[in-house]
Design a protein around this ligand. Structure first.
Ligand code: ATP
Ligand code: MG
Length: 521
């Protein structure tokens, strides 16, 4: 009896001990929270009073699950950029400080997904469970954390890989008028990363839903969606969402870069982004500057693109290559936003509507395009001939204008034009048809050796395909390895590739006894 009451006592002590311990450990979570009041609501912005302690860029929550970013922090009121429908917020509503900046869920789980800039799924699938969140804005990696751009990012487009090469970690602007093939270049580049261990992020800003759906369908069909994240702020979304979209997409991309991977990010396009920011700034009463853009428009783009880089080994060795897109009006590349972006990026690919109408696709204007970094990262085999090729092509573009006037041309000039026409024909390429590097090198070597010059223009397409097939089939494996290596191409290897191309072109050249010069177009 006594023993039983003792053991009961022990059990009681244990239970009460545990309760007592839990009681001591309990810290009442009373958190003081500032609650403000919505004073007025306009398109995309809200003015809030009664939040004296709010910080710049802090997240504010409204009823109806709408949030906003504190943008204008004044004494009496706060100008908040809405990240949702303004019809859901009313004057007099409560506004709650979240005590943190805007962030987005990041993680490997986003691959193959279509999401909005706040990380809400747009593809009908579930949200990312238990993943890390990262602020959408943060300082770019320091200079000490970066290393030079040395590895090429192959776009699979001959005109770019040969003449305007892009390196991993570079920022290359794609600009041109409406409907000149800007998105196509970016999509082709994403599709070409299949099997290359490059993660891609496509950030659509201010586009129509149908245009985005088309891009997603193409990526899915080309089996490129599996390694791509699509971040979408549609044209009819709140301007605040368009404004944060590229920053959020960059945070999602940085997650992969920090894991040591190579990442490609496309911003399609930053003209819409600049417009959204201008709209917000004007609504918030900030003074307009050139073209009514606010004074800090350069800064908002530069701090975005500064985040693209190649990290050094100590920081994992990952890279983030950025392809921002800008739409020009009436081919005016010296307008405010294009010049800003040109000076921020490491080069630009300019797409000409004139070339587009002539059917020279991709419509890259080589004379106005440049890559200020990629040349160092270009494969040595390309680099050896790219300079000559670019020069010959640029000369041809100038001469072509003269030739149009029907002027009598001397033999040398005629030869330059013939050669230039062959270069242009070889650089043409349909969409979604990436060309492997070794085939590209074979074409470029054959071009610079003048092998195409005798081939009639109407047979150029077939001839180019023949060289491409031959390069894939007949170039010995050992030579192929060296073509893709970093070392300079030896004379023997070069001769071997040219011999393969010459063989492939035999059926296309006119019979030698005809002695006819190649037919001009
Ligand atoms: P927007 O200004 O509307 O965004 P964009 O400049 O992004 O247009 P795209 O949508 O990429 O242009 O292309 C415009 C049209 O040109 C599309 O119909 C596309 O299929 C076609 N196109 C682009 N590149 C090529 C190509 N290399 N070969 C054939 N057609 C092409
Ligand atoms: Mg487009």
């Amino acid at each position: 009896m006594n023993a039983a009451s003792d053991s009961l006592q022990v059990a009681f002590d244990r239970v009460f001990g545990a309760i007592d311990q839990a009681r001591r450990a309990f810290v009442p979570a009373i958190v003081a929270r500032e609650v403000g009041t919505v004073l007025s609501v306009a398109t995309g912005i809200v003015r809030v009073g009664g939040l004296p302690g709010v910080g710049y860029a802090e997240l504010i929550r409204f009823p109806g699950d709408v949030s906003g970013i504190a943008f204008n922090v004044d004494d009496a009121e706060v100008g908040v950029v809405l990240l949702g429908e303004n019809t859901l917020v009313h004057a007099g509503d409560q506004a709650l400080r979240e005590g943190r900046v805007t962030d987005v869920a990041v993680g490997d789980g986003w691959l193959g997904r279509v999401i909005d800039p706040l990380g809400r799924p747009l593809d009908g699938q579930s949200a990312l469970p238990g993943e890390r969140r990262a602020p959408i804005e943060r300082p770019a990696p320091t200079i000490m954390a970066r290393s030079p751009v040395v590895v090429p990012l192959q776009t699979g487009l001959k005109v770019i890989d040969a003449l305007i090469p892009i390196g991993r970690g570079q920022r290359e602007l794609i600009l041109g008028d409406r409907q000149t093939g800007k998105t196509s270049i970016a999509i082709d580049t994403i599709v070409n990363q299949r099997g290359r261990d490059v993660v891609c992020v496509y950030c659509a800003i201010g586009q129509r839903a149908s245009a985005v759906a088309k891009v997603v369908a193409v990526l899915r069909r080309e089996e490129a969606l599996a390694y791509t994240v699509v971040v979408v702020a549609e044209g009819n979304d709140a301007p605040g969402l368009s404004y944060i979209a590229p920053y959020a997409a960059t945070s999602i991309a940085e997650h992969f870069m920090e894991a040591g991977r190579d990442v490609l990010i496309v911003y399609d396009d930053l003209t819409q982004h600049a417009r959204a920011y201008r709209e917000l700034s004007l609504l918030l009463g900030r003074p307009p500057g050139r073209e009514a853009f606010p004074g800090d428009i350069f800064y908002i783009h530069s701090r975005l693109l500064e985040r693209a880089t190649h990290l050094n080994k100590a920081h994992g060795g990952g890279s983030l290559t950025a392809l921002p897109i800008i739409e020009t009006e009436a081919e005016d590349i010296s307008a405010y936003i294009p010049t800003n972006l040109i000076s921020i990026t490491d080069g630009q690919i300019y797409l000409s509507p004139t070339l587009f109408q002539l059917g020279v696709l991709p419509a890259v204007d080589v004379g106005k395009s440049v890559s200020r970094v990629g040349g160092k990262a270009q494969l040595a085999a390309f680099r050896a001939v790219a300079g000559d090729l670019k020069l010959a092509y640029a000369q041809f573009e100038e001469l072509e204008t003269f030739a149009r006037f029907g002027a009598h041309l001397d033999d040398d000039t005629q030869q330059s034009i013939t050669h230039g026409q062959r270069i242009r024909a070889c650089l043409k390429q349909p969409e979604l048809a990436p060309v492997p590097v070794e085939a590209q090198i074979a074409i470029v070597l054959a071009l610079s050796a003048g092998l195409f010059d005798r081939i009639p223009m109407e047979r150029m397409s077939d001839a180019e395909h023949a060289v491409r097939d031959a390069a894939e089939k007949s170039v010995p494996d050992a030579v192929r390895q060296r073509l893709l290596g970093a070392d300079k191409l030896s004379d023997q290897d070069r001769a071997a590739v040219i011999a393969v191309a010459r063989q492939a072109l035999m059926p296309f050249a006119p019979a030698p006894q005809a002695g006819a010069p190649a037919t001009p177009v």
